[in-house]
Design a protein around this ligand. Structure first.
Ligand SMILES: N[C@@H](CCC(=O)N[C@@H](CS)C(=O)NCC(=O)O)C(=O)O
Length: 367
């Protein structure tokens, strides 16, 4: 392919940066094959513009440009990327078709009842038959998940190795993350966690989140107007990370009650700390006490969460590092296997700054 691809994305995604909009699949595919791309953020009003409709007859995101070629439909775009760059489809022609079959299965067989569930939940709440229909749709979803989990079995990925089919399937399944349904499917939860721990997924996720964050008004609402921050407060979920030197495995829990990583001595903290950005988690791992290897885990809060007051409204207004804390345990979902730490110079500088703050008596953890 000659020119840098461009995709349209929501300026202000209704999922609030949870990475559920269809641009995420395309970003993820491009990240997996290491192709740089540009984005054109659009509003819901822009989607109705005749110029936009000339590109996408249904007025949706994403549209994908690459030189003179304009494509819509996320599945077709991901297939196009997978056809042009190695890494997302097997070489063997028959295996390639088997993988493409799974791409269609994700979009044509698994996604429809999952999207239907959202339609019933959000757009049909005023209908007297909503609950009845809801139960029917959930039943259909469960039937598909039973079949999918049985097929996946002990395998890591749908066909041979990670592929474009896994990108589409995992992205489709992620729409169930805020429901209790996935609790009954540990095989599928582990499959999603494995995919979310991929560095390419994380780069794509962070990139879409930053578009959402950049487009939020800088003025924060008064605390009284704010929604309570809790793991289940949003309809959509997002990735949270915890950096440490502790050796943990999926299913373990990080509990509060340990002294701070950043101070030499001190009382046990009553909170566990985590972040929605990799950068903050990387600092957590690099500055953590202990001799073990630096590790980043994808974690899931099990209770209420709140902005970390140590990092909120400090140098910049708000919580730009998306740092949070919870009194309840954090469940380990997966370890992030491949991440780039800060340079030794940056780490030394950060440690010097912390030492200076301690010496000045300014190093204090608000617990
Ligand atoms: N089948 C399409 C669905 C695209 C789609 O539903 N896009 C949503 C965002 S995830 C959208 O633009 N919604 C706005 C609208 O339909 O008005 C694809 O996979 O690309």
């Amino acid at each position: 392919m000659s020119s840098k691809p461009i995709i349209t994305v929501f300026k202000n995604s209704p999922d609030e940066g949870a990475g559920l909009a269809r641009d995420m699949r395309v970003r993820w595919a491009l990240e997996e094959v290491s192709v740089p791309y540009d984005v054109r953020p659009v509003s819901l009003t822009d989607l109705k513009d005749p110029d936009y409709l000339a590109l996408h007859p249904f007025g949706q995101i994403p549209v994908y440009w690459e030189g003179g070629l304009v494509l819509f439909e996320s599945g077709a775009i991901v297939l196009h990327i997978a056809e042009h760059y190695p890494g997302l489809l097997p070489e063997d022609p028959d295996d390639r078709w088997r993988t493409i079959t799974w791409m269609f299965a994700a979009l044509n067989t698994v996604e429809p009842p999952i999207v239907d569930r959202e339609v019933v939940e959000y757009f049909e709440s005023d209908k007297p038959w909503q609950q009845e229909r809801f139960a029917m749709v959930e039943e259909r979803i469960r039937r598909r998940l039973d079949q999918l989990a049985a097929f996946l079995g002990d395998a890591d990925w749908l066909h041979i190795d990670f592929s474009a089919a896994d990108i589409l399937m995992v992205h489709v399944l992620r729409r169930l993350e805020d429901t209790p349904i996935l609790d009954d499917y540990p095989t599928l939860s582990a499959y999603i966690a494995r995919a979310r721990a991929r560095p390419a997924y994380q780069r794509a996720f962070d990139a879409q989140l930053s578009i959402f964050t950049e487009n939020q008004p800088t003025e924060r609402p008064e605390p009284s107007q704010e929604q309570p921050a809790s793991a289940s407060a949003s309809v959509f979920t997002q990735s949270f990370f915890h950096g440490t030197k502790a050796d943990l495995k999926p299913g373990d829990h990080i509990v509060a009650g340990f002294p701070s990583n950043f101070l030499d001595a001190g009382n046990a903290l009553s909170w566990s700390y985590f972040s929605a950005t990799m950068d903050a988690a990387i600092w957590g791992a690099e500055l953590a006490k202990g001799e073990g290897r630096e590790r980043i885990y994808v974690v899931e809060p099990t209770g209420e969460i709140e902005d970390d007051p140590n990092l909120t409204d400090k140098k910049f207004p708000g919580n730009p590092s998306m740092s949070y804390r919870s009194r309840e345990p954090l469940k380990i979902i997966a370890e992030v296997s491949n991440w780039q730490g800060h340079s030794p110079d940056q780490v030394r500088q950060m440690k010097d700054n912390l030492a200076r703050l301690k010496a000045d008596g300014q190093a204090e953890i608000i617990d």
